[in-house]
Design a protein around this ligand. Structure first.
Ligand SMILES: [Zn+2]
Length: 440
């Protein structure tokens, strides 16, 4: 089977490509790129004029909920949502029931991903047994079974000695420890950013300091001990500054930011029913949405490479778990399907350029887990055809009823997005396609 994608803007930040041309796919691989006039007679031709074609997006951080919480999401629905969001490889966090904390569960997970997954899924395993924060997992065994990194995400690695042990192992294994930075004594049950809004609503605040203190600890430890550290969902100005300073000193560290921390603030926690203001549970997320100053710092960090990549932290929940009292409602945002639309605001507003955005969704995350079986995200001939095609100017309105994810929990319901994924290919096969005109 041959597929010719015609007249797209080809962006590949590994090859340093940004030009208009064609991409030819034969069976599972890209076989030619450029102006292609010669191709087999039975080639299927798709016109992608005015669209961008890039290597498939990689998401280092999502929650698929299966096994254990299939009412929130399954591997099937989560990976369909990933395909709709242009993600061809996603990394699943281990806070399932049971958690992915031994090699046998990694093996079982890989079988499930293979059977039900629409896109490539790579398992992240726990740092500690049961994510309980005390006993280190068999990191070597987990890596040998196919884990691509280690995280107790949802829970921070609070114990200094556990973090030391994990970092020491990570340097032998070559896979990252992915820490959710939150000093639990300082966040102290906080449910939203500590500031004027938490005061206004009378809710317990989760201060920036609680994140920054653990970012600082982790950076100090990796500077002193070595190891392979990746910092999850950075949310504050201070964290960006700390990572910037560490990188300038040559500390080996990588960091991610989510689409929501890059584009919306704690003000999304306010919602208006006519003139009446109320609190919006859909904006409850961990770490919390922060101030405009924090958003600007993270965007700047993304632009200059202090933040290496974008990760969705897709955290689907049932409406029942999100509703009710704000204090008891679940933390998390369903983010796979709105990621690109949200992020394109940064491009349309000239905060970052399109090449940087593509880089932070492809090569950036790849570099964090490149010591695994993951394929380098590139469109160069010979590569596996995992590809994303998006229209950077397509207007649409967020309607969670249309999400393929079971998680309808979004704080940007009803908002206008400019930029949409039109087609996602895995090994040359279209796994998501939308309104792309076919010539033949
Ligand atoms: Zn987390």
């Amino acid at each position: 089977m041959t597929l010719l994608l015609k007249n797209g803007r080809i962006i590949d930040t590994y090859m340093n490509w940004d030009f208009t041309g064609d991409v030819l796919i034969t069976d599972n691989r890209i076989t030619n790129v450029g102006v292609i006039d010669v191709y087999p007679d039975d080639t299927k031709i798709v016109d992608i004029s005015n669209m961008i074609i890039s290597p498939g997006f990689i998401d280092l951080h999502c929650h698929l909920r299966e096994p254990g919480e299939e009412s929130k999401e399954t591997i099937a629905t989560g990976t369909l949502a990933a395909a709709a969001g242009g993600f061809t490889t996603i990394c699943a966090m281990p806070n399932t029931i049971p958690p992915i904390d031994n090699p046998k569960i990694v093996e079982e997970s890989l079988i499930r991903y293979d059977k039900d997954g629409v896109v490539n899924v790579m398992p992240i395993a726990c740092v500690s047994i049961g994510r309980a924060g005390s006993i280190l997992t068999d990191m070597h065994g987990l890596a040998a079974s196919g884990a691509i990194g280690f995280s107790d995400d949802g829970n921070p690695v609070q114990d200094n000695d556990l973090m030391r042990q994990a970092l020491m192992k990570s340097s032998h294994i070559g896979l990252p420890v992915i820490n959710h930075c939150e000093d639990s004594l300082l966040s102290n049950g906080g449910v939203m950013n500590k500031g004027h809004l938490s005061d206004f609503f009378g809710l317990r605040g989760w201060p920036s300091l609680a994140e920054e203190k653990m970012v600082k600890r982790d950076l100090d430890m990796v500077a002193s001990l070595g190891g392979f550290l990746h910092l999850a969902h950075i949310s504050t100005t201070g964290s960006v500054d700390l990572i910037r300073m560490a990188k300038e000193k040559g500390v080996m560290v990588s960091a991610e930011a989510t689409p929501h921390h890059l584009t919306i603030t704690e003000d999304s926690t306010k919602i208006y029913d006519g003139p009446k203001m109320r609190i919006n549970n859909m904006a409850k997320v961990n770490p919390p949405l922060r101030s405009q100053i924090d958003v600007q710092a993270i965007v700047q960090g993304l632009a200059d490479g202090v933040i290496d990549c974008i990760a969705t932290d897709h955290a689907p929940h049932s409406i029942k778990d999100k509703n009710g009292d704000f204090n008891n409602s679940a933390f998390g945002i369903s983010g796979l399907e709105t990621a690109l639309g949200s992020l394109m605001q940064l491009v349309h507003n000239n905060f970052i350029n399109i090449n940087t955005l593509v880089n932070r969704l492809t090569l950036g995350p790849y570099e964090v887990i490149k010591n695994t079986k993951i394929m380098r995200p590139t469109l160069s001939p010979g590569s596996i055809a995992d590809i994303t095609i998006f229209d950077p100017n397509y207007d649409w309105i967020v309607n969670s009823d249309n999400f393929v994810s079971k998680g309808k929990n979004t704080p940007i319901e009803g908002q206008i997005m400019k930029g949409k994924v039109m087609m996602t290919l895995i090994k040359g096969n279209v796994v998501f396609g939308n309104e792309v005109d076919q010539i033949d």
